[in-house]
Design a protein around this ligand. Structure first.
Ligand SMILES: [Zn+2]
Length: 336
């Protein structure tokens, strides 16, 4: 069963190596939208459509998990950021941040979970739970307080403040961590088996010392307070912080192809499961059956626990390449 396979692959230190195929970020492409008859932007704000489109990740593409939160703005929209939900060929984006600067008071009302942009994925998770049961693991998605800081204050303001007003940044993150925990807990209550924690502290925006000083403890706290296996997603080259991530207690790290596979496995050690690392550009978008098979083989040789794309798949990628990724992973398991 896919769910069991996915959950076992996440607990890498137990049992024998059996890779699953899955993703913590969106695998929706425009041809998958055509196939299901469900498109962006409707699928972001209609629970039934969201469930249908994300469910196709398992039923159509053969992935072992389903993940219904395609964009990155659900909880930020509920907090008051003005979000443009995009188009069929364009992911959602923010039009207006909640706060102008760190002195602007951030008001978080306790009913933010009741906002449509949080309720839609919560209802979609319930539908997926009924529909898939043990056939696929359900992965929810929340953002950590570093990314939420970008969303609420704007990337530039937040990064400048992390250098000039670190105490204010820490104070804001203490408030925002409660948003992360509350949204994750609601998704688990709705039926999520695992949660993706996106926190975009990538190398070009956040030094390894900043990770150590601002984020390691926060991720440790989230791994303790969120009561299911956590998959941490950070884009870009994260090789200078994987050793810190391995100490946080998160179950799995979803890594970018900018980190060589062998390096990722070496730095992660024996306990931290690894997911992804397959290039969205060279393999998912431009790959041939041969290069895709070679990429899966390379991931398997390096004991990557969950084979899948490095980050949200480009909308114009062909879904047949995602199907190949899943079937190549299955082939390996059957050949064993
Ligand atoms: Zn990413």
């Amino acid at each position: 069963m896919s769910k069991e396979l996915f959950m076992n692959a996440l607990s890498s230190s137990r049992g024998e190596y059996a890779p699953a195929c899955g993703s913590a970020t969106s695998i929706v492409t425009m041809d998958l939208m055509d196939k299901t008859g469900v498109s962006f932007p409707e699928a972001h704000l209609d629970a039934e459509k969201m469930a249908l489109l994300s469910g196709a990740g398992c039923s159509e593409l053969g992935f072992d998990n389903v993940m219904p939160l395609f964009g990155v703005w659900h909880e930020s929209a509920a907090l008051g950021c003005r979000v443009d939900w995009g188009e069929k060929h364009r992911m959602p984006d923010c039009q207006h941040h909640l706060c102008e600067n760190m002195n602007d008071e951030m008001k978080i009302t306790s009913d933010f979970l009741m906002h449509e942009s949080c309720q839609t994925p919560l209802k979609a998770i319930k539908i997926l739970k009924k529909r898939f049961g043990r056939d696929a693991a359900i992965t929810g998605k929340v953002f950590g307080p570093w990314t939420l800081g970008y969303h609420v204050y704007g990337v530039e303001n937040f990064l400048v403040a992390s250098l000039l007003e670190p105490d204010k940044v820490k104070e804001a993150m203490r408030k925002l961590i409660e948003v992360t925990v509350a949204f994750a807990t609601a998704q688990i209550d709705a039926g999520a088996d695992t949660i993706c924690l996106g926190d975009h502290c990538t190398r070009d925006l956040c030094s390894p010392d900043t990770y150590r000083d601002f984020l390691k403890e926060i991720h440790q706290e989230l791994a303790e307070r969120i009561k299911c296996p956590l998959i941490l997603h950070i884009c870009g080259d994260s090789s200078d912080r994987i050793r810190y991530i391995a100490e946080t207690g998160v179950a799995c790290f979803h890594f970018d192809s900018k980190v060589p596979t062998e390096t990722a496995r070496l730095l992660a050690g024996g306990k931290l499961a690894l997911m992804g690392g397959t290039s969205n550009y060279a393999v998912i978008r431009k790959g041939s059956p041969e290069t895709i098979a070679a990429d899966v083989r390379e991931k398997i040789e390096n004991k990557i626990n969950i084979i899948g794309p490095e980050c949200a798949v480009p909308l114009d990628a062909p879904m047949k390449n995602l199907k190949l990724l899943a079937s190549e992973t299955k082939k390996y398991r059957q050949g064993k």
